[in-house]
Design a protein around this ligand. Sequence first.
Ligand code: SF4
Length: 694
Amino acid sequence: VVEIGQPEHSVVTTCAYCGVGCSFKAEMRGDELVRMVPWKDGKANRGHSCVKGRFAWGYATHKDRILKPMIRARITDPWTEVTWDEAFAHVAAEFRRIQGQYGKDAIGGITSSRCTNEETYLVQKLIRAGFGNNNVDTCARVCHSPTGYGLKTAFGTSAGTQDFDSVEETDVVIVIGANPTDGHPVFASRLKKRLRQGARLIVIDPRRTDMVKSPHIQADYHLPLRPGTNVAVVTALAHVIVTEGLVNEKFVREFCDWSEFEDWAAFVADPRHAPEAVEKISGVPAAAIRGAARLFATGGNGAIYYGLGVTEHSQGTTTVMAIANLALATGNLGRPGVGVNPLRGQNNVQGSCDMGSFPHEFPGYRHVSDDATRETFEKLWGVPLSNEPGLRIPNMFDAALDGSFRGLYVQGEDIVQSDPDTHHVTSGLSAMECVVVHDLFLNETANYAHVFLPGSTFLEKDGTFTNAERRINRVRRVMAPKNGLADWEVTQRLAQSLGLAMNYTHPREIMAEIAATTPSFAGVTYERLDELGSVQWPCNEAAPTGTPIMHIGGFARGKGKFVITEYVPTDEKTGPRFPLLLTTGRILSQYNVGAQTRRTANTAWHPEDLLEIHPHDAENRGLKDGDWVRVQSRAGETTLRAHVTDRVAPGVVYTTFHHPETQANVITTDYSDWATNCPEYKVTAVQIAPSNGP
Ligand code: SF4
């Protein structure tokens, strides 16, 4: 029995795990956090929570936290503890030396989707104004960058169209490439409640997730497509809607360009997009595709929710645009109960994108070549800014290997464990002369670092996170930073060491600068957030209390855009040597690479990653449940324990990537989305064989 004791006071703050953005009361006794209680007034969660936000916060006081800055000359040397002043002076000297020797574009940085909007804004400012280039990228590169590109193309904004409340008015739901039960549990509960009230459900997923069938939930249609065939299946749904006269012509005529629609309709009507043809490509029975399309087009308010099973493909952006086409053609936009809704992964991945973490965009998704935007920031920051897009994360490693990129600042992101083709990442990092890791723990990336700057947890700082429904929630300091500095202060001190004028005294001043420079945030202040609880951007003069649902009465870009979405098979092919397709996902109790959740009691629920394999494939290889298996791809190999289950189809295997021992990304390839370089994590051809263990 653990004696918890009575809390003495509480602080309302926001969960730092997934993109649902649940609000919690952190209950304290003195300086000690006693428990996290889901806040009933939190608009994203309304008093609900999952096992991560509620219980998995103990990592904040874990003994593995590094609390003092450290440096070393070579990555094979032991670390030496230094003062903050020494660390900043060392990084500034190294970065300036590298720029003197290799040019100003030889350094860059990666922002963190776990950090606040204010912190992310400061990192991109440090890079643009202090480094003098646009070599800034974010982990959205490896998750939802196709969402940003695809939705901006179709609708004019790089974000989901609805609020979570919208699900309460939906009649038919498509869940594609997402497993909200594990990935977005509190939203999943709201969705399941609506399903129990009678909403209809179509699940498009290679795996039989519990959205397909669980107590009280039974999908009307499950389209268990072969990994890599999303575009073919979604376009086949559009084929049925167009050829069977189910298009919402009134909506299309009013809100889209009719001749553009006609071109698109002629494209999808081609027989090669018919369900019978697509069945051969995707393995999904044509009758199921036809039934699902009819249900979506005629079932009332239709909403589409999707996740990384859509974006992490060589055609990730194409799939996002195909989904947008489907919503446009059926008129399912611009009112409650409908919409295109990306389930964003990390707590602040929406915010890190909003805050200009891309090498081609300033905060508010404005291109670096836009003179007016650049002038705004040049005037405010007092330095000239580059109008050339910088390097994306994978291109930073390419440039490191060709000798032109030599220094990197990585804030709160374990790129060695989370990015694809681990060998490419580690080779690139090994070729650099100054890698600065700013994080909580000595993670896998820190093995390649020359400087380690201790980070602070969400409990130790003030700021804001923006969730998957564009909701800006306050993060409030619960305890003093254990390392002495919140993350925004670390970035500011680093900027000052490089000679940049940065003198904020509180994150509210950073938000004031964001509001002054970014039209969609123009009305955001801490006072307004305190008064309203939260606001959804755009929040400005036209929408002072925010915008729960976008594109009402017209699209941000003017007319909604239909895009031709030709299915192009991935280059990652199965064959005699690699006959199975591996796809990856997450589990409820763990989070991403597990840096935080593995350091909490949640590990008891999921102590290792397993390889799910269909009974037929297991039997053919002489494998039983619990056996060790060697998993080999063209990129590398790893060893996992088998879990024999018919949740996966024959020919498909599946694993999670929460534990570093798994090294799932050693086997993923370097294929990526054509538009954004988002890696193709979801399709890797593999061979598996019995093993004696790692
Ligand atoms: Fe945190 Fe997401 Fe769980 Fe909510 S659903 S408690 S935001 S991990």
